[in-house]
Write a protein that binds this ligand. Structure first.
Ligand code: SF4
Length: 378
């Protein structure tokens, strides 16, 4: 089974914290949809006869496309790939956009970028919507019969307190959604938010407060019956993101559009250039296969090992130590256990049923543990 990701690099405006590849040049949407279908056609052989189990249209903001543009993308996928009947089909939406774009294209999961229910913070980070609109968007989706809704939240926003975060969680869990992704704010290079911090207009929330916010999130999610199945992801039973799980389990996926990544599930990684103009030119070219619009990288064994360990530790299933031995040999398996030993002793890791997992209080500081388990070299 393979997952398909389609990148929509358009946003109506840019949020202050975001460094994702997207543009506000919306005029090229029609040409872009045509180009996406060309890329799908060009790469049809890469699925190697595997069926498509998940489709994820993300961005950017897919909901800035019209219903007919989204439908053409869906048709392009179905025309060139063998889509499973019970495919998980997710579209990311901005709460400010109309749910009508989803009409009749088989979407069965929606991911809403809400970020916070605090109007002051939403304005600060330059989101288009306000809290009332976010709540209304969830209700509209529920009324249209979407029974698998995920919402995104951010904690550690400048000025956010434990109390305002608790309020965000109250509203979020009150909406009866099936899935929640919550990420600590990251100050990315080149974003307005990072500039404001450097200029002293905004202050970073102290790390100990961010840890408390994360702990509160985990407690609240557990009490609400959500499974904490990945460091930043929580779901009601049966509603784990199948698409994102492909990434975390090291499965194969194909990404279409500028900036999208692909992986063959073994060692070959591909990244489409983050260049909309170059992408459109390449897809318009009569000999598209000879155009240079992506780079490929063959992962070394050590890179594959590091990736398997890092992705495994992010999930509640952990790293399957026996599988590591089968895939990378007994020596590397023993190395892993040796490198894990100090963290096992300190209670940051546990080894249960042959799986190495982060303990709940080590999840927030997982980067330190992960870097200790990485192998050096190529
Ligand atoms: S809508 Fe999403 S992709 Fe676009 S700028 Fe905002 S956070 Fe970034």
């Amino acid at each position: 089974m393979v997952g398909i990701y389609v990148h929509i690099p358009f946003c109506k405006s840019r949020c202050a914290y975001c460094d994702f590849y997207s543009t506000t040049r919306e005029v090229e949407k029609e040409a872009y949809v045509r180009a996406l279908c060309r890329e799908m056609e060009t790469r049809r052989g890469e699925a190697n006869g595997e069926t498509v189990g998940t489709i994820y249209i993300g961005g950017g903001t897919p909901s800035v496309l019209s219903a007919s543009q989204l439908e053409r993308i869906e048709c392009g996928i179905r025309e060139h790939y063998d889509v499973e009947e019970d495919v998980e089909f997710t579209v990311e939406m901005n709460p400010d956009d109309s749910v009508h774009v989803l009409a009749d294209i088989g979407v069965n999961r929606v991911s809403l970028g809400i970020q916070t229910f605090d109007d002051g913070l939403l304005a600060l980070i330059r989101r288009r919507h306000n809290a009332a609109r976010a709540v209304a968007a969830v209700k509209e989706l529920q009324d249209t019969g979407i029974s698998n809704i995920s919402i995104d939240l951010i904690y550690g926003l400048p000025g956010q307190t434990l109390q305002t975060w608790e309020y965000d969680l109250d509203v979020a869990f009150g909406l009866h959604v099936q899935h929640l992704s919550a990420y600590a704010l990251s100050y990315e290079d080149g974003t307005p938010l990072t500039r404001w911090r450097q200029q002293g207009y905004v202050q970073e929330v102290p790390e100990e407060v961010q840890v408390q916010m994360y702990e509160r999130l985990c407690e609240r999610a557990r009490a609400e019956g959500f499974e904490h199945y990945e460091i930043s992801n929580f779901a009601r039973p049966g509603f784990h993101s199948r698409h994102n799980s492909i990434y975390w389990m090291g499965g194969p996926y194909m990404g279409f559009g500028p900036g999208a990544h692909s992986y063959d599930g073994c060692f070959l990684r591909r990244a489409n250039h983050q260049d909309l103009t170059g992408y459109l030119e390449a897809m318009n070219h009569h000999n598209v296969k000879d155009q240079k619009w992506f780079t490929e990288e063959t992962l070394s064994v050590i890179e594959q090992f590091n990736e398997a360990v890092m992705c495994g530790l992010r999930t509640c299933s952990g790293v399957d130590v026996e599988h590591i031995g089968e895939r990378f040999g007994q020596v590397r398996q023993a190395d892993l256990i040796r490198m894990a030993a100090p963290h096992l002793e300190a209670g940051r890791l546990v080894l249960q049923d042959g799986h190495l997992r982060l303990t709940s209080h080590a999840l927030m500081t997982s980067d330190d543990v992960m870097s200790d388990l990485m192998m050096l070299g190529n």
